[in-house]
Design a protein around this ligand. Sequence first.
Ligand SMILES: NC(=O)c1ccc[n+]([C@@H]2O[C@H](COP(=O)([O-])OP(=O)(O)OC[C@H]3O[C@@H](n4cnc5c(N)ncnc54)[C@H](O)[C@@H]3O)[C@@H](O)[C@H]2O)c1
Ligand SMILES: [Zn+2]
Length: 378
Amino acid sequence: MNLKITYKKIESCDIVFDANIFLKKNIVNILKPIVGKNPVFVFVDKNLYKKMKLELYCKTLKNVLNAEVYILEGGEKTKSLSYFTNYIEKIFKKGVTSNSFVIAIGGGTIIDLAGYIASVIYRGIKFISVPTTLLASADAAISCKNALNLESGKNQLGTYQLPIKVFVETTYIYDFLNVRYFWDGYAEIIKHGIGHSKRLLDYLKENKSIYIQKKIIPKLSNDEKNEFKKDIIKVLKLAIRSKVLLFNKNNNELQPVYHFGHTIGHALEIATANKLFHGEAITIGMLVAIELSIIKNNLKKSVLAETRKLFKKYNLPTSIKKNILNLKCFYQVMKKDKKFSNGKNYFILMNGMYKISNKLTPITSNEYTRVLKKYINK
Ligand SMILES: NC(=O)c1ccc[n+]([C@@H]2O[C@H](COP(=O)([O-])OP(=O)(O)OC[C@H]3O[C@@H](n4cnc5c(N)ncnc54)[C@H](O)[C@@H]3O)[C@@H](O)[C@H]2O)c1
Ligand SMILES: [Zn+2]
């Protein structure tokens, strides 16, 4: 499947499904014609490198593309100023031109770091990504945003730039992904379902695949594994298509739905020292935002029950343990949120199922605390 998205009508990004980009012949056939003889800088996730035994693959990247290959650990600490400075220095020392390419192979954090780097070099050199987690394939890579964290908060620094290509691989990467990270990816997928796509949400609700019932992916039989892989392709295609449709609407402006659940979610990530993963944190953030929408926008109560049921179905947490949450830190981070102003946090709320409000709603700390408390277990 090839999908094209455009941003401000001046750029476009090809999303290519299952090109088997990890095969040697495809580096030659697919990547070589794109990058030509230009300098190439490739960022590879270290976990993926070890689990998929990518030594030979990276050698081929070096030999065929004459690429500089950086193997680095994924995780929130990686999308930081210190990593940014370190790698940008390396890139300039090696020699970068405005025709150079940056390629990211990894999860959302590697993609955010590498995308940010590509977007600031000479105000933007070409960027290609190969997402290797469910979350990155469904959301982080299909984006024109890149961000770095500061100690005071998540995604405090950011840039806009579309990748020129995204290669979504579904055939074998999920064989390696940690199961908790796998379910984590469903949080952003459900966000797109409840936020704007009936087609996606209906599929998620009705899906009766065995892996969803069993929850333990490594223990699936071969038949069940095949069903699992087919289903992931289907889910990703629906999620990506819904995001592309949204992206191309309204003069390609960024949509508020991207941030739904993220005000509380980002603060929870920091205040639990990342013991809650990104998807898990925004799951709680979405539940709080839905409850606030019921209070402020008369959203139907059934939306909360329906969404909570979906989170449970896809193995996402609907509460957090008190002992992993530093509440003092949580309130500090809430005040550093980019939508904090005049003593209030401005939330993105829902007006109805598939309807995220374009208007921001001011919410006091008392108001969101009253709701959040229900989701904290002793
Ligand atoms: N730019 C955007 O529009 C956007 C959108 C959504 C999320 N994000 C960001 O994405 C990040 C979360 O992404 P993520 O969940 O992919 O996190 P991640 O990059 O930390 O990856 C999760 C873990 O999986 C490992 N990994 C990656 N691919 C693997 C594979 N195939 N097999 C085994 N291990 C693998 C990584 O080393 C890491 O430990 C957050 O920082 C979030 O803010 C950005
Ligand atoms: Zn997110």
